[in-house]
Design a protein around this ligand. Sequence first.
Ligand code: SF4
Length: 393
Amino acid sequence: MSAHAILSPSSAKRWINCPPSARINAEAPQKDTVYTREGTLAHAICELKARKHFLTGVGPKRFQAAMDKFRADELWQDEMEGHTDTYLEALKDIAAQYSEAPHVALEVKVDFSEYVPEGFGTADCLMIGPVEGVKGDVLHVIDFKYGKGVEVEAEDNPQMMLYALGALMDYSPIYDIDEVRMTIVQPRIKREPESWSLKALSLVNWANCVVEPAAKLAIHGGGEFQEGEWCRFCAIRGSCRARAEANLRAAELDFRLPPELSDVEVGEALTLGQRLKQWLSDLEEYALNACLDGREIDGWKAVAGRSVRAWTDPDAAFAAARAAGIPEEMLYERKPVTLAGLEKVMGKKPFAEALSGFVTAPPGKPTLVKSSDRRAAITNQPTAGEDFGGNDD
Ligand code: SF4
């Protein structure tokens, strides 16, 4: 088994926090889903657009021919056009932060094997050069995420940090890198790219103190099982004993008197509830697959869910409806496309240029989120200004 398959950057959060999970996952079959293939196609389009803009070798003809090929792919979606434009716009904005044209590398292999056995990965885009106000050069790592299921944060993101570490190792002999910036472009979830930065020295400290010791354990299947948010992508998330024990232990909430929970305890219960909800959903997925595989899960079985009726042949059905005297206008609905739908089709920038004057964004319905969420907290309480003299009556 190759070490690369075990300690990949994309699973780094898991194997750093739960080293024995590395070998378990490496032995599990890898699934190539329609979503991963869509992501691969969207990445290829991103690369083409970035290559045409920043590098040489992709002229208008070659670009057009490649785009025609992408559009003919069975996985092509019209919204890919807009989302990959958003990626290119983000790259242009980042390049503009440099005080002179940065060095740009695309789909670049980075090597961090000094810290992780056979550790390497492929970064979507790297930029390096001087930035006003920074002593040395700035290395910027940019990653495109096409998924829309799970929001990926730039801050403290081990995958991005390993890419940056590899790039730092590779480029340090040529550049005097002082600061490392990382940006995630995830246009199907977040309207704006998200960035985070740290000093090059801090990145190396993290590699020495966190990555290297964890990698040494993980490569040999050693270390302690440790449950956490990283379990979500683990192959044994539904059947893991360490996770079950940790969740069952946590579920024994040690509430204190008086009879009503304090606000602190409500917060604790909500956090725990989310964790248990995710675990329950993974258990259900595991048990359903086991039942479908013909195994016995005590007290449970798989059944066919509710069936949703569908036309076998919509054209023939509508012809029959017309023949039965249903007027044409009763058969079709004409609806305006949604704002988000039109923005996807047009692309973010052309949409803003043509239509931003027609867009308003009223405050959304109050929603409960974790305090780590980046959005500002809201309240119904009057502000100090409203309390003192906001009303002359
Ligand atoms: S489910 Fe969580 S605790 Fe169990 S092996 Fe996977 S990552 Fe570790």
